[in-house]
Design a protein. Sequence first.
Length: 331
Amino acid sequence: MLNPNHHITRRAVGLLAAAGLIASAAIAPTVANAQKLDTPLHIVVGYAPGGATDRVARIVGEKLGAKLGVPVIVDNKPGAGGRLAAQQVKLTPANQNVLMLANPAVMVVAPLVFKDNNYDAERDFVPVSHVNAYDFALSVSPHLPVRELNHLLAWMRANPQQANVGVPATGSLPHFFGLMVGEKAKVQTQVIGYRGSAPLLNDLIGGQVPIAIDTEDVVLPQHNAGKLRILALSGEKRSPFAPNIPTFKEAGLDLAATGWNTFFAPATMPKDKVERLAATIRDVMQDPDTQRKFKDSGMTPVVSTQAETAAMLKAYKTQWAPVVQKSGYQP
């Protein structure tokens, strides 16, 4: 005789399975809709088109749009050294799709030196993804007869009135790195801020300023063309783009530092959307074509999780905050 409960058990299982399918069908669209971007994504860059941060935004944005299935628009909002963009992105409503691509000048230095920032780098923004790192380059004019860092430092000590160091902007990372170099080498440095890299390099090549500190990707093409000389780069190890140029440590100065570009979301953005964007940017950065484009631009691509990005920012602030504060820099 058949077990009278056998049919009931099978029927119950069937009903439960059907209920599960119905529940899954009901839940799945909710999850998908929570993560879906149905309007264009805007990437805000606080600098004019053509600079390093802008190039990063456009390389990532092109791939990001294809993966998200929506247009990605790079919005250049230059002004106040990138702070204007941060002030605007902070106010983004929760229903808008906006990311900011920023560097340490905006998210680390400015909060330490400007009392009227009108944004809090930690409270008003959520780190999404660290996407690239870059070295700082110390370069000299072709008119200056030095070819090694120790020779330059000796010249600076012997000619303190002439030992001016040009940087692309006051309050920038190259500015504070220049102060770090001077302190470490026990050399008095007079830092001169320019309105961007182009006028700085023009004056360096022309001999109007003897020394400059800027990012590697900006300076290296001029070095390779013989128009200036890079004496040292700031990485912990030699740059893959310039393997013949020593690090500061190799050149005799115990110093290392890097810059970066990182995506941030306004704190108003829903958490699930931030996580979706972080995961998608990570996928983009793992793409071989993306990595090739970064390297072709002289930049080192970085693949990072949200947690790794947050840890990087914490360590970076620990390294740079004492340098900025000790400098006594006032805008």
